[in-house]
Design a binder for this molecule. Structure first.
Ligand code: FES
Length: 157
């Protein structure tokens, strides 16, 4: 897990972005790519750099499910909410994962070992329905496969 970044470090990280709302998304992506999540301090630094308000930056963070405001779990499971995966039974996969992992969407186990969140279609729809486990596609899922996957993750496999 990456340590929470300080103000100076964050200022240097986003110094390349010119003021303007158009740079909110790229600046936030840079912060998250670097630290794994976006802290309250990062929101304030990005707002100051882009000459906008923390409320606007926070609104962007909370609107897009790709952004996280807490450190990622050791194993992040992203459930694809895209249309091809939904048509192929993605909602039943999500329900099975949530039930087996005992997690809400965008939740984490108390020990921070496993997180479950919403992912957007990444173009690998031929393997729908799917999830990504730490970015790796686990596709052609059935409910039985999803339950097995969740049990393996809980067992640390
Ligand atoms: S809809 Fe799930 S990968 Fe495209």
């Amino acid at each position: 897990m990456t340590a929470e970044p300080g103000v100076q470090e964050l200022r240097e990280l986003v110094a390349e972005f010119e003021p303007g709302r158009g740079h909110v998304m790229p600046a936030l992506h840079k912060v998250q790519d670097t630290y794994g999540y976006i802290t309250r301090t990062a929101i304030e630094v990005v707002a100051r750099q882009l000459n906008t308000t923390p409320a606007l930056v926070y609104g962007t963070v909370s609107f897009y499910s790709d952004f996280r405001t807490h450190p990622p779990a050791e194993t992040e499971v992203a459930w694809c909410c895209g249309p091809a995966c939904r048509v192929m039974g993605g909602d039943r996969i999500r329900e099975a994962l949530q039930q087996e992992l005992e997690l809400p969407l965008n939740g984490q186990t108390p020990d921070h070992r496993i997180g479950l969140h919403i992912g957007q279609c990444n173009g690998t729809c031929s393997e729908a329905p799917q999830v990504w486990v730490n970015g790796e596609v686990v596709g052609d899922l059935t409910v039985a496969k999803a339950i097995r996957l969740a049990r393996e993750l809980k067992a640390g496999e």
